[in-house]
Design a protein around this ligand. Structure first.
Ligand code: NAD
Length: 431
């Protein structure tokens, strides 16, 4: 089939590359000319395992990139909206980028004679596809939904870092389509994947995505709250959760406590569904607490550090890990950000290392010291805070001997001090 993908960030570039791998012809559209040129050159605009290989394989054959909506709509049968849906200043969803994409698609559709399908893949609050995107498409195309064009909502569940794998091995594919014809066209795209495609209403599909992310976030904040209680009694939360997770009704996943969740999805999606609930006159107490626990969690690291040091002013504090999780260069809502802000507020001398995310973090904190290896970052440090679960941090040992004071505050349960050859002062965040 012929597909156009609007927005080539994390979701769009992976969607485009994977649809090409499934045999479809793909046109990528982005307003960022740099990304357009990168994709045409077979280069990934973001780091994601396996993405560059697929783009290299299909660029200028099954994938081309452009900033021209008219071309993309004329030369494809289905357009996927994959643009960002950030939070506004109140934490509610900001639909302005979706609006701009829908307007451009509508205008391009007004010049097309044939049936076209528009699929919202961006995460949008329930009712957005039918009550916001569909009317925009009708008004800017001058056409009628269901008759002249189809509309669907197809949420994306991929994990950053494993996005290509997740796209190709989904555990669910949900298509909220306004009619059978639309559903058939969208589900055909996924035919070669070994997964049933669920047909539901657009609003239900939107709610499935939010429920998924809200429940995962809730598990993390729950594990963190239990971890904070355990810490006060010297109980190892990881031992507790290992047993709790054996209950099939609970499952062992997402019970790891630590510095909290970040990324471009969980925090903003939980806030967005809170905003939607309030707009509907409901106060979501549990979901508000999920965010509250998550915001306090990184500050426990600073509290543990402050207990060990009289004052942080002038102390050389090494932050290991800047990405919001391992295997990605994404720093959006990374828990390192509030930690570094607080260290700077207390006038500490902050040194940082991350295998992938330093370039992005330089834009947020241009004035801290970035080192190109863990050893350099740890040299002469007064303390080290571990913020991201990078595998390479698990095997750290002799590097700690370079520190002025080998004080390690572990926010991700990566270090076992008993297994090290060097002696360190160790504090686990909640264990
Ligand atoms: P992103 O910010 O990485 O990418 C968005 C892209 O859209 C950018 O390349 C930007 O230049 C482009 N863009 C902006 N305005 C445009 C326009 N008018 N026309 C064409 N392109 C335009 O965002 P992302 O992380 O890929 O997320 C996209 C959506 O998918 C969001 O709604 C997000 O919540 C959702 N989502 C993200 C993930 C994830 O792990 N990142 C997972 C599931 C769902």
């Amino acid at each position: 089939m012929r597909v156009s993908v609007i927005g080539t960030g994390y979701v769009g570039s992976v969607t485009a590359a994977c649809f090409a791998e499934l045999g479809h012809e793909v046109i990528c559209v982005d307003v960022d000319e740099k990304k357009v040129s990168m994709i045409n050159a077979g280069k990934a605009p973001i780091w994601e395992e396996g993405l560059e290989e697929l783009l290299k394989k299909h660029a200028e054959k099954r994938i081309i990139a452009t900033s021209d909506y008219d071309y993309a709509v004329q030369k494809s049968d289905i357009s996927f909206i994959c643009v960002g849906t950030p939070s506004d200043e109140k934490g509610n969803i900001d639909l302005s980028i979706v609006e701009s994409a829908a307007v451009s698609l509508g205008e391009a559709m007004s010049k097309k004679d044939h049936y076209h399908v528009v699929v919202v893949k961006s995460t949008v609050v329930p009712q957005t596809t039918e009550k916001f995107v569909l009317p925009l498409l009708e008004s800017y195309s001058g056409k009628k939904a269901s008759k002249d064009f189809g509309v669907a909502m197809n949420p994306e569940f991929l994990r950053e870092g494993k996005a290509v794998y997740d796209f190709m091995h989904p555990d669910k594919i949900v298509v909220g389509a306004i009619d059978e014809r639309t559903f058939f066209m969208v589900s055909e795209l996924y035919r070669r994947l070994n997964c049933n495609v669920t047909h539901t209403k657009p609003t239900t599909a939107e709610m499935i995505k939010y429920t998924n992310n809200a429940l995962l976030s809730t598990k993390i904040s729950f594990a963190n709250e239990i971890g904070n209680i355990c810490k006060k009694m010297g109980v190892d939360t990881y031992e507790v959760m290992e047993e709790v997770g054996k209950d099939y009704r609970i499952s062992p996943h997402f019970l790891n406590c630590g510095a909290g969740f970040g990324g471009s999805c969980f925090p903003k999606d939980v806030r967005a569904i809170i905003g939607k609930a309030e707009e509907l006159g409901y106060k979501p107490k549990l979901l508000r607490s999920v965010i509250e626990v998550n915001e306090e969690q990184p500050m426990y690291i600073i509290r543990l550090l402050s207990k060990k040091m009289d004052r942080l002013k002038g102390k050389r504090i090494t932050v290991l890990g800047l990405a919001f999780k391992n295997d990605t260069d994404d720093i959006r809502e990374s828990r390192s950000i509030p930690v570094i802000s607080e260290l700077l507020r207390q006038e500490a001398d902050v040194v940082a290392y991350d295998p992938m995310a330093m370039e992005h973090m330089k834009k947020v904190f241009p004035d801290i010291t970035y080192c190109n290896s863990v050893s350099k970052a740890l040299k002469d440090a007064d303390a080290c805070l571990i913020m991201t679960e990078w595998d390479q941090f698990r095997s750290l040992d002799k590097e700690f001997a370079e520190m002025k004071r080998p004080l390690i505050i572990d926010g991700r349960h990566l270090i076992n001090p008993k297994e090290l050859s060097v002696k360190i002062e160790y504090e686990g965040l909640c264990w």
